[in-house]
Design a protein around this ligand. Structure first.
Ligand code: NAP
Length: 498
């Protein structure tokens, strides 16, 4: 076996070792004998260097015309297209989800690159008439400076792209601390930007662990913007850490997403949707379907068919095109999922499928968990309330649409929800009353497209959105400008009120 490659931090356009002198290994969760690479275990000194480089680069980048910035983003998106297959393979090795899905993850970054490149020629503000004669007024977007980005491992290229591309097009510079488990996919994304001609220091990568590399970025006084995606627990820590400095903070956090199935639903469609929603990405999506809220009239038939089909799901290494579900990300996550399954049993839910680690043959080298289905789940049970982030589905029977919506909303999260029905009235009632940032009709809880706002209510978010044009509001600040060409003092609300 060849020696694993050593990856360095990217600071000011140079690849440099951490000042800590420490590194860590990144291993394939499907086969822990496979070392992806050696990465820098960075500390506050590295963050200081990276922020300094980003501050320096900001002086020039903010003044580059936005259409020119857009051209660099466009070229980066083209390079991502050319390298899509290799990057998807790297990602499957790095975090385990199957190739079909990692290709989708890279595609999401491509889509975001082209979308934001186009914004370079828009970034529209307003012009509006004045109350006064001979006075002109407009609003324009302004960048904020150095943005600190902290990302999770489950969409290791898509999520960094949702943050980096909008931050850059507005004229900000960036320091990113990717998840410790998936730095390579962030490298691949940023490599395309560098190859596309991004000036040194505009994007900097510092790898390492949350408390030692992430936290110094969050608290750095020269980083006015923090964009975080991850767990609600970490989001709360970041909120507290940034409150004193009153930073702009965007938090995208956990979910406990319900799929409602009414008695008139097309059960064939439901079956396909729930398998994809619950077990795609091994259930490790913030939008994964983790609660199946089913009308009592069809719960028996649906449950039977679902268990029969889920039993045949092929688990394994995602590089094998036949495999449908890969491993969970690491040992700790496997323990968490197994613990929740135990709690489900203890609280009286009926385990119909799975429930343990999958260890046959080569699976023993990875962190595999059997697709797991619980029936007769009560809305108050722990497995119906807390985010598990694994391939575990809870089936909750209900008697009416009103009860279904009530159960759906009765969790602390509010990211995504879905309803399957052929009744347009029920669909519209659900669209109105489901208190989540995203609602699907006759589709599972996953499948967002980048040009609509993405984010959630309650403990899922703090009111900002990624995706869509709305993301630009987070990475820019509005400036209102008044130009008086009357040659005299005109007092608003006073001189024109007489
Ligand atoms: P996490 O443990 O909160 O970690 C997210 C990122 O924060 C990682 O880079 C982590 O570093 C870093 N971090 C941890 N502690 C920190 C600290 N004290 N200061 C600064 N940074 C810190 O979450 P995860 O396990 O990677 O991701 C799973 C969670 O993300 C789930 O809850 C999921 O729902 C959520 N998620 C939400 C969305 C959304 O858009 N709403 C999308 C995807 C995922 P390390 O890697 O070293 O731990």
């Amino acid at each position: 076996m060849s020696e694993p490659k050593v990856y360095k931090n990217l600071i000011g356009g140079e690849w440099v070792e951490s000042r800590s002198g420490q590194t860590y290994e990144n291993r394939n969760p499907a086969d822990t004998r496979d070392v992806i690479g050696i990465f820098q275990d960075s500390n506050a000194d590295d963050i200081n260097d990276a922020v300094e480089a980003a501050k320096e680069a900001y002086k020039h980048w903010r003044l580059m015309p936005a259409p020119k910035r857009g051209e660099i983003l466009f070229r980066a998106a083209q390079l991502l297209q050319e390298r899509k297959e290799q990057y998807a393979r790297d990602m499957t090795r790095e975090m385990g989800k199957v190739l079909r899905e990692t290709r989708g993850d890279v595609q999401e970054a491509i889509d975001m690159g082209f979308f934001m490149a186009g914004e370079g020629r828009r970034l529209f503000g307003q012009t509006t008439p004045s109350e006064m004669p001979n006075k002109f007024q407009m609003s324009i977007r302004q960048p904020l400076g150095v943005c600190g980005l902290i990302t999770p491992w489950n969409f290791p290229m898509a999520i960094p792209s949702w943050k980096i591309f909008p931050a850059l097009i507005v004229g900000n510079t960036v320091v990113i601390k990717p998840a410790e488990d998936t730095p390579l996919s962030t490298y691949n994304l940023v490599q395309c930007l560098m190859d596309a001609g991004l000036p040194p220091g505009v994007v900097n990568i510092v790898t390492g662990f949350g408390p030692t590399a992430g936290q110094p970025l969050v608290t750095h006084p020269d980083v006015p913007v923090i964009s975080f995606t991850g767990s609600t627990e970490t989001g709360k820590i970041i909120t507290k850490l940034t409150a004193e400095q009153m930073k702009h903070v965007s938090l995208e956090m956990g979910g406990k997403n319900p799929m409602i199935v009414m008695d008139d639903a097309d059960l064939d469609l439901v079956l396909e949707g729930v398998l994809w929603g619950a077990f795609g990405t091994t259930g490790q999506r913030c939008t994964a379907t983790s609660r199946l809220i089913v009308h009592k009239a069809v719960v028996g038939e649906l449950t039977e068919r679902l268990v029969e089909r889920a039993r045949t799901i092929r688990i394994g290494n995602g590089l094998d095109e036949q495999v449908e579900v890969g491993p969970v990300i690491n040992e700790q996550q496997l323990e968490t999922v197994t613990r929740y399954i135990g709690v489900g049993r203890d609280e009286g839910a009926r385990l119909l499928l799975g429930g343990s680690r999958a260890e046959d043959g080569d699976l023993r080298y990875g962190y595999f968990c059997q697709p797991t289905i619980f029936a007769d789940v009560d809305r108050t049970m722990t497995i119906a309330q807390e985010e598990i982030f694994g391939p575990v589905l809870s089936i909750i029977p209900v008697g009416s649409l009103e009860e279904a919506i009530d159960v759906a909303n009765d969790v602390k999260y509010g990211l995504s929800s879905s309803i399957y029905t052929r009744d347009v009235n029920k669909a519209f009632q659900a669209m109105r009353d489901l208190y989540t940032g995203i609602v699907y009709v006759n589709a599972p809880t996953i499948g967002a497209e980048i040009h609509l706002p993405f984010g959630g209510t309650k403990a899922t978010g703090n009111g900002h959105r990624e995706g869509g044009l709305q993301v630009l509001d987070f990475y820019s600040e509005w400036k209102s400008i008044y130009v008086d060409y009357s040659g005299r003092l005109q007092r608003a609300q006073i001189d024109n009120a007489e």
